[in-house]
Design a protein around this ligand. Structure first.
Ligand code: NAD
Ligand code: ZN
Length: 358
């Protein structure tokens, strides 16, 4: 079975997450998501040739503009955001415009931020086409673009009105991108669900082989987990911070590499291993759990050590600039072991440098 239907409930607001094969080939369902006259479909050059046509066909009769961006993290910029604003202005977009994000997390974050800003906020639909976007970025309403100084520094909370994850789109996803998505899947097990972590250890080969039922179940379990956390803490005042396990380290790596090195998911894999090791060094987590986490990530084909050439002090400086820092003092998501993350303030520079130097 590959069909799953979930919901994100935020007080009296709620929106559906539909997961299944062939969802993009149901024109009626897609058309129903665009309530007004105008729609802007944002996608990238890798995704458009495969999946833009059915979306356009479903929206026939609406005034539809498409914007096909170059791919990759280096494009999640203010300059691209300004381009999208110009497209919206050029098409005469009104307040009843719907922005559709057809692509991975880069397209989703940029489209979401555009939807948050155009006329102070218009409807927004997520059509994620990467595993990472399906399990993480498409759900929860965080939108942003990067600055050279740091990831996601300019952004807004803006929830989608629906998330449609067509698992068939993963058939064309490159292996490296699939594995990067699996890093965020492992994150959910590592931070809050030991049973799911064990399931992943069991299903690693099935997931790498893209078995449809295993993939759909993994996506549904991650979405359920994220939906529950977002429902309790939409704007990241507390519990939602745990979803950043591995991310302070990971963002530092991505930024230090100029967004052209490790993929986001890969950087998060390394970041989780570093967070686990730091936690073990501090006596907060058992060493065998840290080893088990690294072993699963490694089986999934993910990097588990810092790439060469990154200076520990430079990484630490980047970590201080990450959003999780509170007035200059580092706030880290650390770990108590498989299935339990925690937010910790006041970890010393020496302790952090020790794991960055190992
Ligand atoms: P991405 O959007 O760059 O997509 C990865 C690559 O796969 C791109 O080259 C893309 O063109 C290609 N691609 C996408 N779908 C494809 C398909 N079906 N077939 C073939 N190729 C396809 O990267 P991503 O990993 O999806 O997302 C990473 C971004 O998500 C980062 O910017 C990260 O900060 C962000 N993110 C945001 C949140 C959030 O809560 N908003 C959460 C996690 C990550
Ligand atoms: Zn992430």
């Amino acid at each position: 079975n590959t069909q799953h239907e979930l919901e994100v409930a935020l007080g009296d607001r709620r929106y559906p997450i539909r997961i299944g094969r062939g969802l993009l080939d149901q024109p009626g369902a897609l058309a129903a998501l665009v309530t007004g006259r105008h729609a802007l479909v944002l996608t990238d050059v890798n995704v458009a040739p495969h999946y833009l046509a059915p979306v356009q066909a479903a929206l026939r009769g609406k005034q539809v503009q498409t914007c096909v961006l170059p791919p990759g993290e280096q494009e999640k910029t203010l300059a691209r955001f300004a381009e999208v604003m110009a497209v919206l202005a050029g098409m005469g977009a009104s307040r009843d415009t719907t922005v559709l994000a057809l692509g991975g997390g880069v397209v989703g974050d940029l489209a979401g931020f555009a939807a948050a800003c155009w006329m102070r906020g218009v409807r927004f639909v997520q059509l994620p086409t990467t595993l990472l976007a399906m399990v993480d970025s498409a759900v929860g309403g965080k939108t942003a673009v990067d600055l050279p100084q740091g990831k996601n520094l300019v952004g807004a909370f803006h929830q989608p009105s629906a998330v449609l994850a067509d698992v068939a789109t993963l058939d064309t996803l490159p292996d490296r991108e699939l594995r990067a998505g699996l890093a965020e899947v492992v994150k959910y097990g590592a931070l809050g669900d030991a049973g799911f972590f064990a399931w992943l250890e069991d299903q690693a080969e099935a997931l790498l082989a893209r078995e449809p039922a295993a993939l759909a179940e993994a996506i549904a379990r991650c979405c359920a987990h994220k939906a529950a956390i977002v429902a309790r803490d939409e704007t990241e005042q507390g519990e939602r911070m745990l979803l950043n396990l591995g991310h302070t380290f990971g963002h530092a790596i991505e930024t230090e590499q100029g967004y052209g090195g490790l993929l986001h998911g890969e950087a998060v894999a390394v970041g989780m291993v570093l967070a686990a090791r730091l936690s073990a060094e501090l006596g907060r987590a058992p060493w065998p759990d840290a080893a088990r986490l690294a072993a699963l990530l490694e089986r999934l084909g993910l990097p588990v050590a810092l790439p060469p050439g990154l200076a520990p002090d430079a990484l630490l400086d980047r970590m201080r600039l990450d959003k999780k820092a509170v007035s200059g003092a580092l706030r880290l998501v650390l770990w108590r072991g498989i299935g339990q993350a925690e937010v910790v303030d006041g970890v010393t520079d020496e302790a952090i440098l020790a794991v960055l130097d190992a």
